[in-house]
Design a protein around this ligand. Structure first.
Ligand SMILES: Cc1cc2nc3c(=O)[nH]c(=O)nc-3n(C[C@H](O)[C@H](O)[C@H](O)COP(=O)(O)OP(=O)(O)OC[C@H]3O[C@@H](n4cnc5c(N)ncnc54)[C@H](O)[C@@H]3O)c2cc1C
Length: 548
């Protein structure tokens, strides 16, 4: 392949590898800590379009030189799917599409640009006493999030963010044009469905979206429970038992959402001795003002955690079964941290089609708590867990009920439980030893120490995979989610990400070929196929790329 000339002529910033200053900062994103060394996050240039015209210029350039464009808005893809390497470009939309307009006097519909964080979106809605389901990371952006679904604290009670999308504005490559796609227009439905969960970033550049939003006043009695319990293996097990028992009744009301998170102690948090269990639980008052409420469920959580005397505020907020408007509650369901740890990680997220009877038979709660303890019992080993467990099943779950019209491609909506068991790794030892390793990162001693911890982290997740998935302790079927992928090649792992295999995948792939025959929007392997030959090399060493 001839070396394409450096991209130029954009109105917006264009930071080119090997030419412009600020390249290292420009390519940074969440996955950088894990994939930097594999050279997967090294676009030839990061382009910050000022408006559509720059996007079209990037498409023209990529078409002329047969390159790919990776699209990034918030950069929160765990597997780095919003970045690229080789000669391919990265389009950064974090500042490009920022309009925000209420569409009606009642403030139940809003049209906005995708360059917005979840916490900003929520606070804009809260000002009008409105809310919408979203995920739990403040700094995730709407651009990727609406395409990966938006799973979070409201999943059982209200469904997914994607379920509230009415219209999407997208710039496609073939033809190169911007257009609105409407869920109510028959000829738009195929693309509408594809954008929402089909393969984020691979159908075109999403610029704006119209969302229906929900009113606080329809749920006037909603209640929340948020606290921290100091981690103990037994406490975690008891809380997991409460979570599993939610599935004993097929008709557990849709009002209940319950997420148990686990965070190892971070180095800078000198004031707490060990890991913490963070509890977010909610009763949504789906039927409105006349609905009766019993505190039984929150009582069970409190008791499993060891009682009121063990409940501590999480980041200064403690809610002990408090009545509160939904939009206010939503502000308490996001984690106000840029990332869990400034460290590389191995990601693992699975959904489960097992029922509570299966999990009890397999002693899942005992097993999961023991797997956590295997790390927490050895805190000098340099491993840190970010775990999360959720019940999302039952006949009343909006995860199930909301997509009856089949207007998203999001898979596994009949799942019952979710489990995240991510592990991050750092130099081992006490803070003084770690500091010594960090001061000489290139020394053999430091490199060997880190390699050993990385191996231990990998073994930990792989044992979880073997026991939790292959041996069905957690799920009878291997079900993965695009929002929390640990795979780098979507085609190779497609049966884990798409239900109705091969039908759904094949339909989406056919649409991709029609809209993007030159695979302009395929710039890495976490993309729906077919993959262009230029992606065959997963690891492109910069030494092999002739830079300009
Ligand atoms: C710490 C952390 C916590 C998270 N918590 C949750 C959670 O609770 N619930 C949940 O559902 N998800 C969660 N996520 C996952 C996150 O929601 C998804 O990765 C989401 O897609 C990120 O969007 P982004 O724009 O920030 O990321 P990006 O990395 O920029 O984009 C993610 C994907 O979308 C594509 N994309 C981005 N913008 C556009 C666009 N404008 N047009 C076309 N394609 C685009 C990218 O190419 C990429 O494939 C979390 C992620 C992190 C890192």
């Amino acid at each position: 392949m001839d070396v394409p000339p450096p991209p130029q002529g954009f109105q917006g910033r264009n930071i080119r590898r090997g030419i412009d200053e600020g390249y290292d900062g420009a390519i940074y994103q969440y996955a950088y800590s894990s994939y930097r060394d594999e050279e997967l996050i090294q676009p030839r240039a990061v382009i910050y379009p000022t408006d559509d015209s720059d996007v079209f210029k990037a498409i023209d350039y990529a078409t002329e030189y047969k390159l790919g464009i990776a699209i990034r808005t918030g950069g929160h893809s765990f597997c780095g799917s919003s970045s690229t390497n080789g000669y391919n470009l990265q389009l950064d939309l974090s500042q490009t599409y920022t309009d925000f307009t209420w569409d009606n006097a009642d403030h139940t519909q809003v049209t906005l640009g995708v360059s917005i964080t979840l916490s900003k979106l929520q606070s804009k809605l809260r000002r009008k006493k409105r809310f919408i389901p979203t995920g739990q990371c403040s700094y995730v952006n709407l651009g990727g999030h609406l395409q990966t679904g938006g799973y979070g604290q409201l999943t059982r009670s209200f469904g997914l963010l994607a379920d509230y999308v009415q219209k999407i504005r997208i710039i496609t490559a073939n033809p190169p044009e911007a257009r609105w796609i409407d869920r109510n227009v028959a000829e738009d439905k195929e693309l509408f469905r594809a954008i929402l969960g089909g393969s984020p970033g691979n159908f075109g550049v999403v610029t704006d979206v119209t969302l229906k939003v929900l009113k606080d006043e329809d749920h006037p009695l909603s209640r929340g429970f948020r606290c921290l319990f100091p981690y103990k293996e037994e406490t975690l097990k008891k809380l997991l038992d409460v979570l599993v028992a939610q599935d004993d009744d097929d008709d557990t009301p849709g009002d209940y959402d319950f997420i148990i998170s686990l965070l190892s102690k971070r180095e800078e948090e000198e004031d707490r001795p060990a890991a913490v269990i963070v509890i977010y639980a909610q009763w949504a008052n789906l039927k409105g003002s006349g609905q009766g409420y019993k505190s039984t469920f929150f009582d069970k959580i409190r008791e499993a955690g060891g009682g009121r005397e063990h409940m501590l505020p999480f980041h200064d907020i403690l809610l002990d079964d408090e009545q509160m408007a939904m939009s206010e509650l939503c502000s308490h369901w996001v984690f106000d941290m840029v990332r869990e740890y400034q460290l590389p990680y191995f990601k693992r997220l699975y959904l489960s089609n097992s029922r509570s009877t299966d999990l009890k038979e397999k002693d899942w709660s005992i097993w999961a708590a023991k797997r956590v303890q295997a790390v927490e019992g050895n805190i000098k080993d340099g491993l840190y867990i970010a775990g999360q467990f959720q019940y999302c099943g039952g006949n009343q779950s909006r995860l199930r009920v909301k997509d009856r019209d089949n207007l998203t491609s999001l898979s596994w909506r009949d799942s019952n439980f979710g489990s995240t068991m991510d592990v991050f790794y750092d130099y081992p030892g006490d803070p003084k030893q770690r500091k010594a390793f960090r001061s000489k990162p290139e020394s053999k001693e430091s490199r060997d120490a880190l390699a050993k911890v990385k191996k231990a982290a990998k073994e930990w997740v792989e044992q979880n995979d073997k026991e939790g998935v292959d041996e069905q302790r957690f799920t009878k079927q291997d079900r993965r989610m695009m929002w929390g992928s640990h795979d780098l090649d979507l085609v190779a792992a497609r049966q884990f990400y798409y239900d109705h295999e091969p039908h759904k995948y094949n339909e989406l792939s056919a649409l991709k070929q029609q809209l993007d025959p030159n695979c302009i929007f395929t710039a890495n392997r976490f993309s729906i196929g077919p993959h262009p030959p230029r992606l065959i090399q997963q690891k492109v060493s910069l030494a092999d790329v002739i830079d300009y």
